[in-house]
Design a binder for this molecule. Structure first.
Ligand code: HEC
Length: 372
């Protein structure tokens, strides 16, 4: 943090509203007139929108699942205060792992400079600054998706009176879906505005099945690392667990929803199958293995010390891999390490709570010199 004092002061000020900031820290707004806030040096189009586009557009582009469109100045302006509060409290972008523990692919985080810029802009009257001649395109998440799909045997109906709903639906394998997958994606259906989370299970049902893939709001495709695939054997069932929650704008509406799961077929050089391991609290020897991701327990209550996953080397050295102190079931996903974690023979993982699922591949992919 470049100016920790300022951020800390803004934070307490925002909690009490902008008026409180003006009174509490008039110095920021020019000594001459404490009642005239100084315009932020950042402009929406030039400085702020690129940040919002990078970190918020996947959910906040108007067509997406989140209620607020941040991609246009006049739509974003009324939310300026809320933006500052949300990013300072680390509520937005939504991301469960604690700062500083683990290094994850697909992390949704802002660095201190980005946070500082958004807050500076918001408390500095959220100026528009010079506008481009033409409004820039709202970025779409148009990914190139293969046609192989899993579809619901029956659509899910969310009744008018249901504010929250959950369903576990059997899936039908479409053309091109084989016995293996290099990755998955989800295409929301009609209920895109209320679908909060989806989990693909292989097995007899959602309760006892192995979670192959998790999807949260705004998420794109998730591919396994090179050389690695997930099994989809013909003799196991596939189920999709879906969680819905209505907002003020969708309360009282009925939905009939049929999201699809995209299956990325693997290339033949994907030779190592993922194993999903339900680990008990305490230390579990798993090496030699390569850890790909951790899924926190469903319905986790992290408690004061948080949910923690650590690697324990053969020499007893402990490496923190994941810690979650603030849990929100909507955002519980498979947290995939940016670099898969290699564990030598005899190395172990230590998990704080029951019910976590660790994805790994046995037998390290490379020579022994690369093992820790
Ligand atoms: C992964 C999806 C996602 C991303 C990325 C995301 N948001 Fe959100 N945001 C949501 C959802 C969903 C809500 C609705 C509140 C809820 O249900 O949690 C929301 C709500 C908000 C709100 C309204 C809060 C209120 O007062 O009701 C603001 C402001 C906001 N987000 C700002 C941001 C900003 C700024 C960023 C980027 C730095 C961002 N969000 C990134 C999903 C996202």
């Amino acid at each position: 943090m470049k100016r920790p004092g300022r951020i800390a002061a803004v934070f307490s000020g925002l909690a009490a509203g902008v008026a409180a900031i003006l009174v509490a820290v008039p110095g920021w707004f020019g000594a001459a007139n404490a009642h005239e806030p100084e315009l932020s040096r950042y402009g929406y189009w030039r400085d702020i929108r690129p940040l919002l586009e990078q970190h918020c557009a996947s959910c906040h582009s108007g067509t997406g699942p989140a209620p607020v469109n941040l991609m246009r100045y006049l739509d974003a302006l009324p939310w300026a205060n809320s933006i500052a509060r949300q990013v300072l409290q680390r509520q937005m972008p939504p991301w469960l792992p604690d700062d500083g523990t683990g290094d994850f692919a697909h992390a949704r985080t802002l660095d201190d400079r980005e946070t500082d810029m958004l807050v500076d802009w918001a408390i500095g009257l959220a100026p528009e600054g010079p506008a481009p001649a033409e409004e820039p395109e709202i970025p779409g998440a148009e990914a190139d998706l293969p046609p192989s799909r899993l579809t619901l045997a029956e659509p899910v109906v969310i009744g008018e009176m249901e504010s929250v709903a959950a369903a576990c639906q059997p899936l039908v394998r479409g053309e091109g879906v084989g016995a293996a997958a290099a990755g998955f994606s989800l295409i929301p259906g009609e209920a895109v505005s209320i679908l909060r989370r989806a989990v693909l299970y292989a097995g007899d049902d959602c309760a006892s099945g192995a979670p192959l893939f998790t999807w949260v709001v705004g998420q794109g495709p998730r591919m396994r690392p090179e050389g690695v695939f997930d099994r989809l054997p013909e003799d196991t069932g596939l189920f999709l667990h879906l969680s819905y929650r209505k907002g003020f704008d969708t309360e009282g509406l009925e939905f009939e929803d049929a999201p699809q799961v995209v299956v990325f077929p693997p290339l033949p050089d994907r030779t190592r199958a993922v194993e999903m391991l339900a680990v008990e609290p305490g230390t579990t020897a798993v090496g030699p293995a390569t850890l790909l991701s951790v899924l926190p327990p469903e319905g986790l209550d992290p408690g004061p010390d948080g949910f923690a996953v650590e690697a324990v080397g053969t020499d007893g050295a402990v490496t923190p891999l994941l810690r979650i102190r603030r849990f929100d079931a909507d955002w519980a996903e498979k947290f995939a390490f940016r670099e898969p974690v290699r564990l030598a023979a005899g190395a172990a993982i230590r998990v704080s709570h029951p019910g976590a699922i660790v994805d790994l591949v046995r037998a390290p992919p490379t020579g022994p010199d690369e093992d820790p």
